[in-house]
Design a binder for this molecule. Sequence first.
Ligand code: CA
Length: 232
Amino acid sequence: MRVLIIEDEAQLREQLAARLRAEGYAVDAAANGRDGAYLGAEYPIDVAVVDLGLPDQPGTEVIKGWRARGLKFPILILTARGRWEDKVAGLEIGADDYLVKPFQSEELVARLRALVRRAAGWTDSKLRCGPFVLNTAAKELAVDGAPVEITAFEYKVLEYLMLHSGRVVSKSELTDHLYEDDADRDSNVLEVIIGRLRRKLDPARILNPVETARGQGYRFRFERSASQDGAR
Ligand code: CA
């Protein structure tokens, strides 16, 4: 997942960036409204954290600009204590959630996870697709009820594919959402990861959960299980 942080307080921005990287996010960060507005418009981000009090361009203007361009990614706003009017204004122009400073980073992490999930049409923190259950809070995979060990990077790839299950996800879309820098992108690495995931998800090679759409990318073949009430 790719997150954009727009926050002018350097210490807070760096703390959040470090925390979110530790959670597995690719992080883009900006210290003012104008740079942040640009990154949000040009980068394939999954979720944005926007402080409302920003130099150059207030957070509300940044958000209005994105929404006017049809950008739909979820947005969480940060507001100063006691500025309830800001919260209301932010939500009315298209933000999806808010946190009042100071806040616990755990709460931010949980809210961002929920926003990303809901944007993809899921409500439960456990993604259930056929026999595969991915617990996005604990970052754990179970197949037919049995835990299966996966690495942090395998988890990121699988989470993206399962969030968008049933749809073909191209290699470039995957790398865009998983890597911060172009330099890290190597489609051979991705192919290796997909190969390992397939062996872990389906050791008997009968289910073929991660289908290759020739020349297009990958598709998680098991769609969201019927018990999920988040279907849109
Ligand atoms: Ca500020």
